[in-house]
Design a protein around this ligand. Structure first.
Ligand code: HSE
Length: 348
């Protein structure tokens, strides 16, 4: 039985606890069992069945040598980054769903993990429960990847669909996404495209090697400018407007972008509905592949967090990546476009 700690008992942290209790017998068979020794959260959980494990001092975790793995499900930059680094330096593997920390500090945290002989794993930071990071890191590592693109933000996909199907207002659909636990604490990260940008940078880093950051993006445009008229025009022409993130290899380097596009009916992404995400990866050997599933929500994201916990408990530290970083290109390829509601959209 391995002792772990969870930092942050919100939507994802709570679901990780639920999963660990619900499937305890399965995890015992997979890796000898996982015991949640501490839950770090400054809020009051008295009355909760988990109350006896809740602590509010990170030092308790840092000093307890029996804690081997820490799941960071706090969200936000600090103190999540500081706590993760401190745990790694204390010889504990860290697994996280925090895309902000992975995009901003991932290079440093991975370096620190290697130096300390532990792992820093972040399957849950992109695509909720979709197993795409490990697929890129392991199974597709024998390919030269030429492109990664898709729908990486469940909240905006949910909002756009509600606007299209029910004529719901932008703000009404956003409130619904928030009540379902899909949206970020500050939902502007979703609707302005920053959440999808962080995720495509993380995927590009796994696919092409090195680290790509938000400032490497050629374009980050969210859905705040998508009007009901654009949505209606798209529908009349047989398209759907969707927020597409891409990391495409061009002659001059990797082009990273996030923008709303008009998606043709024949495109796989046309059918991606509600909170679901779909990530397409093109490799020189395998050709086109796609990974689909729930991109947000507690239990789906918990599936990825727990898979990283099991990996950290059972295996050796992750080896350094074999791929070398490619140059960034901020010049987007020219693409076919269509005008919807007076605005030009790329047609994909
Ligand atoms: N706000 C994010 C989304 C949560 O809607 O996709 C999952 O990263």
């Amino acid at each position: 039985m391995t002792n772990i700690a969870i930092m942050g008992l919100g939507v994802v942290g709570g679901a990780v606890c639920d999963a660990l209790f619900k499937n305890a017998a399965l995890y015992k068979r997979l890796c000898g069992g996982i015991n949640v020794k501490y839950i770090l959260d400054k809020r009051d959980f008295s009355g909760s069945p988990l109350a006896d494990r809740v602590i509010n001092d990170i030092n308790v975790i840092l000093k307890d040598k029996s804690v081997k793995v820490v799941a960071e499900t706090m969200g936000g930059d600090r103190p999540a980054y500081d706590f993760s680094l401190a745990c790694i330096k204390a010889g504990k593997s860290v697994v996280t769903s925090n895309k902000l920390v992975v995009e901003k500090h991932g290079a440093e945290l991975e370096r620190a993990a290697r130096a300390n002989g532990v792992s820093y794993l972040y399957e849950a930071s992109v695509g909720g429960g979709i197993p795409v990071i490990r697929t890129l890191r392991d199974t597709l590592a024998v390919n030269s990847v030429t492109g990664v693109y898709g729908i990486l933000n469940g909240t905006t996909n949910f909002i756009l669909e509600r606007m299209e199907e029910c004529g719901e207002s932008f703000s009404g659909a956003l409130a619904e996404a928030q009540s379902l636990g899909y949206a970020e604490r500050d939902p502007s990260a979703d609707v302005e495209g920053f959440d999808a940008a962080r995720k495509i940078c993380i995927l590009a880093s796994c696919a092409f090697g090195g680290k790509y950051r938000m400032e490497d993006c050629a374009e980050i445009r969210g859905i705040t400018g998508v009007t009901p008229q654009s949505v209606a025009d798209a529908k009349a022409l047989g398209y759907k407007i969707k927020l597409i993130a891409g990391a495409e290899l061009s002659d001059n380097g990797v082009v990273l972008s996030v923008r709303p596009c008009a998606v043709r009916r024949e495109n796989l992404l046309y059918a991606v509905s509600g909170v679901f995400n779909c990530i397409c990866v093109k490799g020189d050997l395998v050709g086109e592949t796609a990974y689909y599933g729930r991109g947000a929500g507690g239990l789906a994201t918990a599936s990825a967090v727990v898979s990283d916990i099991v990996e950290a408990v059972s295996s050796r530290p992750v080896p350094s990546a074999a791929r070398k970083k490619l140059a960034v290109c901020k010049q987007k390829k020219t693409a076919e476009t269509v005008t919807l509601g007076g605005v030009e959209y790329e047609l994909v």
